[in-house]
Design a protein around this ligand. Structure first.
Ligand code: KMH
Ligand code: ZN
Length: 274
């Protein structure tokens, strides 16, 4: 098995300090939170940009400020920017961040309900447009699949030559409106992707650690962080992103799975090393 890649989704676009004070908003808070997460074992930081009051933005200038602050404290880490942004943002708004030529970004692979009246829109044309833009700019992408139909959509795009990356999937399970995160859901998705792929699992809310453990056991990779889950365990708020990463590192140790450094992560994902 490859060493374990731990991604930390430090802030997201929806979670707020009102529900967990540890959610970082400012660039200083983000850099500190990323630094602690990296020290605990994260090699990829999944990043959303926010203004100091917490409002999400996909503006390239804000992303650059935050990315620079993170890289100053953790020079080797892979910063994976979100092209999902927040519900309701337009295609071009979401893509502005790519003008910074980030090392890595997400590619969201289908539309889904996102709780209440919210819909996270990723039409087939959106996916194609995003993928082609990232191909042109040389940005590596992780393909975020919230249910099996998204994997099937990507299968069609692979055949058409739209997806040119090494195939690296992220199964984001447990979103209200997407697929749940039970063991059978994970196994179904894992067995549905091409054999030359790699994958990571992001369990939302209560699924975070049960899915992390399954992925560690099966040779997959793991994403945790306050974007996905604010609790260390039932009823106990996580004090930091690092606490969530440390918990995964402990599970990895139980299974004898070593943790990948950023450069080892680049090799596993067939990215250029820095
Ligand atoms: N904030 C969600 C609507 C991504 O980062 O690519 C979308 C999201 C996915 O978080
Ligand atoms: Zn995200």
């Amino acid at each position: 098995m490859d060493k374990l890649i731990i991604t930390c989704a430090i802030t997201g676009a929806e979670v707020t300090k009102e529900i967990n004070q540890a959610v970082p908003y400012t660039k200083e808070e983000m850099a500190q939170s990323a630094y602690e997460a990296c020290k605990a074992g994260a090699s990829i930081i999944h990043l959303h940009a926010r203004f100091d009051d917490g409002r999400p933005t996909q503006g390239k200038l804000r992303f650059k400020e935050i990315t620079d602050a993170i890289l100053e404290k953790c020079p080797d880490v892979i910063v994976q920017v979100s092209t999902g942004g927040a519900v309701g943002m337009s295609r071009d708004e979401r893509l502005d961040v790519l003008n910074n030529y980030p090392e890595m970004a997400t590619l969201d692979c289908g539309t889904l309900n996102f709780g209440g009246d919210d819909i996270f829109v990723n039409t087939e044309n959106d996916i194609k447009y995003f993928a082609e833009k990232m191909n042109d700019l040389g940005v590596r992408y992780e393909m975020e699949c919230f249910e099996k139909g998204h994997i099937d959509t990507i299968k069609r795009f692979i055949k058409k030559g739209v997806i040119k990356n090494h195939l690296h999937y992220s199964f984001v399970l447990g979103v209200r409106g997407g697929m749940a995160g039970e063991e059978r859901d994970f196994l179904f998705l894992k067995d549905s992707i091409p054999s030359n792929s790699t994958y990571s699992v992001a369990g939302i809310g209560r699924y975070e650690f049960s899915l992390a453990e399954l992925s560690i056991k099966h040779g997959g990779h793991v994403r945790v962080g306050l974007e996905d889950n604010i609790y260390l365990k039932k009823g106990v708020l996580a004090k930091s992103n690092a606490e969530l990463v440390k918990k995964v590192a402990k599970i990895a140790k139980k299974y004898g799975r070593e943790i990948a450094t950023p450069d080892e992560t680049r090799k596993i994902l067939k990215m250029e090393t820095k």
